[in-house]
Write a protein that binds this ligand. Structure first.
Ligand SMILES: NC(=O)c1ccc[n+]([C@@H]2O[C@H](COP(=O)([O-])OP(=O)(O)OC[C@H]3O[C@@H](n4cnc5c(N)ncnc54)[C@H](O)[C@@H]3O)[C@@H](O)[C@H]2O)c1
Length: 435
């Protein structure tokens, strides 16, 4: 009965959708449903974020303020910091953070807290979908028991599913609308309702047999990347020892039309996904007396890359009879990847820490990041011009945003440590040390 009535509301695009957590994942999702005409409530614990969004201004790079304002005006989208507004919702999508704790273990406290808020107000027939990336078992072991309190039964009184978000911030080709959405339900009824909901707003839905399977799908995707990046980072260090250009090796290998997929070395992992998600799985395996050896090895190699970059700076300056202490080192690009403003887990933090400990005089330039709080102090983005470049002893390119003038850097900097393949094919007066 409850299932049929919700299915009907979804089909009629009348189902009221609430999105909990309005960050990089939740905000684009809220807009996607509102754009299809669903009445959408965006809910966040951060009242400042709610105020900013309610005034039509977006803080997420990929969400256009004009589109946001249009949907607010149309009345299909509204924002709130009051959990009591959830009582009206037919479907609640949970998109809260899942970081690691200081000891490197999963911190699912945001999921627990959001679930508690939902459980306190759960009304008959609601569909709850967890989107936050987490270890296999979270939906069944953490979310379900809290929602089943007070004798409620999943699949009858309410519905529960897991659907991993696959958003890639800054990607001009793929977004929430055209990236297939994997959906696993706690029961087949839960899966069918969740699949129907996403199917009404997104281009492709991929149902899988359980919520746990859907959780594992997401971790496999991110582990695949972390392990392949770990492999190519180790190959980069081997090529360094062997005096071979790793970029040339990868480009030539990538001409093979089958059986090879190019991954590229870099200064270390960054962002909210690849450096974190695989450790949710390795933690889960440890609780079962099992190990995730590839994940641990890749983590070890990837987390050593910032120090490898620091060593390149040390060696580069040494060749010019300079000490790191009191040398002027300018970092270019501190966001964790190109064309975004997100600095979460950026390798720039570990690189600057290593250089700061050695006494370097540090500055940075990033057109997308006006200020950064490093462990050792706060800096503002310095201008990038011929004077700042020629006044530096070393420039380290960490993130090569499209709007950075790399030619100017290579023309005026005396020494460049280039962690990206950005100097390929360019003429330069700088001495360039490539990863
Ligand atoms: N950023 C990405 O590229 C990406 C991609 C795929 C999956 N994910 C996953 O999606 C989830 C969310 O990531 P994000 O990048 O959007 O995080 P975010 O930090 O950008 O946003 C999370 C939002 O949730 C809010 N919040 C925290 N606790 C809350 C609560 N109890 N109720 C309501 N709101 C609450 C925060 O105030 C914040 O606005 C994480 O599990 C992440 O791993 C992220």
């Amino acid at each position: 009965m409850a299932q049929a009535s919700l299915a009907q509301r979804i089909e009629n695009q009348e189902a009221r959708v609430a999105v909990l957590g309005l960050g990089y994942v939740g905000l684009p999702l809220a807009l996607a449903f509102a754009d299809k005409g669903f009445p959408v409530l965006g809910l966040d614990v951060d009242a400042d974020r709610v105020d900013q969004l309610s005034s039509g201004s977006s803080y997420v790079d990929d969400v256009d303020s004009e589109a946001l304002a249009r949907l607010l005006e149309r009345g299909t989208l509204r924002f709130s910091a009051n959990f009591d507004d959830l009582a009206d919702a037919d479907a609640i999508l949970i998109c809260v953070p899942t970081p690691l704790s200081k000891s490197g273990d999963p911190d699912i406290s945001y999921i627990v807290s959001a679930t508690r808020e939902v459980a306190q107000r759960l009304t008959s027939g609601q569909l709850i979908i967890l989107e936050s990336t987490t270890y296999p078992g979270t939906t069944n072991e953490v979310v379900l028991p809290r929602l089943e309190e007070d004798q409620r039964k999943v699949g009858k009184d309410f519905f529960l599913a897991f659907s991993p978000e696959r958003i890639d911030p800054g990607n001009p080709q793929f977004n929430v609308l055209n990236t297939a959405k994997v959906v696993g339900g706690v029961t087949p009824e839960c899966r069918d309702l969740a699949a129907a909901l996403y199917g009404a707003a997104l281009q492709q839905v991929v149902p899988v047999s359980s919520a746990t399977t859907a959780e594992m799908v997401k971790i496999l995707e991110n582990t695949f990347r972390a392990v392949n990046i770990g492999l190519v980072n180790e190959v980069a260090m081997m090529c360094d020892t062997l005096n071979i250009d790793v970029w040339e090796v990868i480009e030539a290998a990538a001409t093979k039309p089958f059986g090879y997929l190019p991954f590229y070395p870099g200064p270390g992992l960054g962002g909210h996904c690849i450096p974190i998600d695989p450790f949710y799985l390795s933690w889960k395996m440890r609780t079962l007396d099992s190990r995730a050896r590839f994940i641990e090895l890749a983590g070890e190699i990837n987390s050593g890359m910032p120090e490898f970059v620091v060593q390149k700076v040390v060696d580069g300056l040494n060749d010019e009879a300079k000490a790191v202490r009191h040398s002027k080192v300018l970092l270019v690009g501190v966001a964790y990847k190109r064309n975004v403003s997100d600095v979460r887990e950026s390798p720039a933090f570990d690189i600057t820490s290593g250089l700061h400990e050695r006494g370097a005089d540090l500055s940075y330039h990033d057109p997308h990041v006006p200020t950064v709080e490093f462990d050792w102090g706060t800096l503002e983005s310095a201008p990038l011009n011929p004077e700042t470049l020629s006044g530096s002893d070393c420039v380290v390119i960490v993130t090569d945003h499209d709007d950075l003038d790399l030619d100017m850097i290579l023309e005026h900097a005396p020494l460049v440590v280039d962690t990206r393949n950005s100097s390929a094919g360019r003429s330069s007066r700088a001495r360039i040390i490539k990863l």
